[in-house]
Design a protein around this ligand. Structure first.
Ligand SMILES: Nc1nc2c(ncn2[C@@H]2O[C@H](COP(=O)(O)OP(=O)(O)OP(=O)(O)O)[C@@H](O)[C@H]2O)c(=O)[nH]1
Ligand SMILES: [Mg+2]
Length: 327
């Protein structure tokens, strides 16, 4: 059953679930005395640069990135492991007011993340103008009562130092932030410094992941995301919100992974946009995604894409479950 849509901010109730249970079902891992660990949420408006920063901090591609807002739809975790501890970074969908069931779930993901972490990074695009969305994001951070750092992103795009100082001053006045860190995920400036600041604040805690494991995202979901990323890159503004990717079948053999993906759109005209003339665009999407998946799996991949029209998938709770968009 589809619930009544709630457009108001008041409709976003924090539904607290555990994410401290990363170790659930796993044997406790050996950690040296004084080991520190904790969960760190990356939140902010759509397009602020959360996923790009997550990838940069982790040093691997964990989350897909695009210049379209609302690229991230689920809670994606990436891990920084150091000899002295482990920071588990939680990427979240951009903060916006929910309309569709999918968007409502996306905002639930944000509020859950905020209430179950040790530290919040509020990301603000240094090149963006302050707007209502910023206040909305800030209110969520304030109401969580958690320690927060203000991260000003994309400073490589701010040409004048004086402009940067002005931005830092005006943005940091809004809340008692623990730290204010201007950085660029593109050039890497201040990214290591941020990692150091995060580790300084981690409480003593267990080792949640083996040192060589940098995400808990199932490969199935990551593969679907890598296909969606290529769709976002290949198509214009009309498609991001209406496209979903599901892995229907995955066959493993020693030398080859065969992956069969279903791409959902809402109308047949959108199907045409993705497929392109003579199927050329779909072929291009497939071959670029395949190269990325092969790099991660370290083996050959056969990737088959199929586009289907499913009119109401954004309100289809079952389809959302299959995509890992938690309810
Ligand atoms: N110049 C520059 N661009 C950046 C930087 N960080 C991110 N971007 C770009 O900003 C756009 C949005 O980046 P994402 O990481 O997808 O942003 P996000 O906050 O995860 O967005 P949502 O998932 O939609 O909420 C992409 O085009 C990135 O390449 C940066 O440090 N410098
Ligand atoms: Mg993102």
């Amino acid at each position: 059953m589809i619930e009544h849509e709630d457009e108001s901010a008041a409709g976003i109730e924090p539904a607290v679930t555990q994410i401290e249970d990363a170790g659930e079902g796993r044997r406790p891992l050996e950690a040296p005395p004084g080991y520190r660990s904790g969960f760190v949420a990356l939140v902010g408006r759509p397009n602020a640069g959360k996923s790009t920063l997550l990838n940069r901090l982790v040093g691997e591609k964990v989350a897909i990135v695009s210049n379209k807002p609302q690229t991230t739809r689920t809670q994606i975790r990436g891990v920084i492991s150091r000899p002295e501890g482990q920071a588990i970074l939680v990427d979240t969908p951009g903060i916006h007011k929910p309309g569709y069931a999918r968007n409502r779930r996306m905002m639930q993901v944000v509020t859950e993340a905020l209430h179950s972490v040790d530290l919040i990074l509020l990301l603000v695009d240094a090149t963006s103008r302050p707007g209502a969305g910023d206040n909305f994001a800030l209110d969520l951070v304030k109401s969580s009562g958690k320690p927060a750092m203000l991260i000003l992103t994309k400073v490589d795009c701010v040409k004048r130092k004086t402009d940067l100082f002005r931005i830092i001053e005006s943005r940091s006045a809004a809340h008692a932030f623990e730290e204010v860190v201007p950085l660029s995920s593109r050039t890497g400036v201040n990214v290591e410094r941020l990692a150091d600041l995060i580790f300084e604040r981690l409480p003593e805690g267990p080792k949640y992941f083996p040192d060589d494991e940098y995400t808990d995202q199932p490969m199935r979901l990551l593969a679907a995301e890598l296909v969606r990323e290529q769709i976002l890159h290949a198509t214009g503004d009309e498609l991001p919100y209406v496209t979903a990717v599901l892995v229907e079948r995955w066959e493993e053999s020693e030398s080859l992974s065969k992956i069969y993906c279903l791409i959902l759109v809402e109308r047949s005209s959108q199907r045409g946009i993705i497929v392109g003339k003579g199927g050329l665009q779909l072929k291009e999407i497939g071959s670029k995604a395949r190269v990325e998946i092969e790099a991660i799996l370290g083996k050959k991949v056969y990737l088959q894409l199929h586009v289907a029209v499913r009119e109401h998938w954004r309100n289809d709770e079952r389809a959302l479950d299959e995509m890992g968009i938690e309810g």
